[in-house]
Design a protein. Structure first.
Length: 166
């Protein structure tokens, strides 16, 4: 396999080396303990092909997933059943609803982002429990938006400008 080290790859390497670490350093200073979420969400944005037209539905999908995580934790907290049964039933119903709802309005909700955002939220908030989630949903949502718009859209725009410059 031939090496593809060229101007395009070097400018991308510079952008990735510079912008995400700036976010990583600044996030805790603005009260966001979940800064790494931005990198996950940026990864989904890039895996989708850096399609700027998908940034809004992707953002809304991630935020819906964040809300879904809070809702899932609240439901499981309220249910009086075996924890495994609660988990299965909650994930079954909310997972199915996420797919159905996002398929009804794909221009506004990107289903993979919704499901990924839900998993991110559950991963961060489930260990602390529903009663102690505090500002985690807001922090996670802010990091999700930073991932799509700052690490995703902005970095790609800057990368294209640098790569196109002669």
């Amino acid at each position: 396999m031939a090496s593809k080290l060229n101007r395009d790859n070097l400018t991308l390497a510079l952008c990735i080396a510079l912008f995400p670490p700036v976010w990583a350093v600044l996030a805790p200073h603005i009260g966001i303990q979940t800064g790494a979420v931005a990198l996950i969400c940026a990864g989904v944005y890039v895996a989708n092909g850096n399609k700027e037209q998908d940034a809004l539905p992707m953002s809304l999908g991630f935020l819906a997933g964040d809300v879904w995580a809070v809702l899932a934790l609240g439901i499981m907290e309220a249910l009086p059943f075996n924890p495994e049964a609660e988990l299965f039933c909650t994930l079954f119903v909310l997972g199915g609803l996420a797919v159905v709802l996002s398929s009804l309005c794909p221009a506004w909700l990107y289903c993979p982002a919704w499901l990924c955002g839900w998993a991110i939220g559950l991963t961060i908030m489930a260990p602390v429990g529903f009663a102690a989630i505090g500002t985690f949903p807001l922090q996670i949502g802010a990091a999700m938006l930073a991932g799509v718009w700052y690490v995703g859209v902005l970095v790609e725009r800057i990368h294209r400008k640098f790569a196109a410059a002669k």
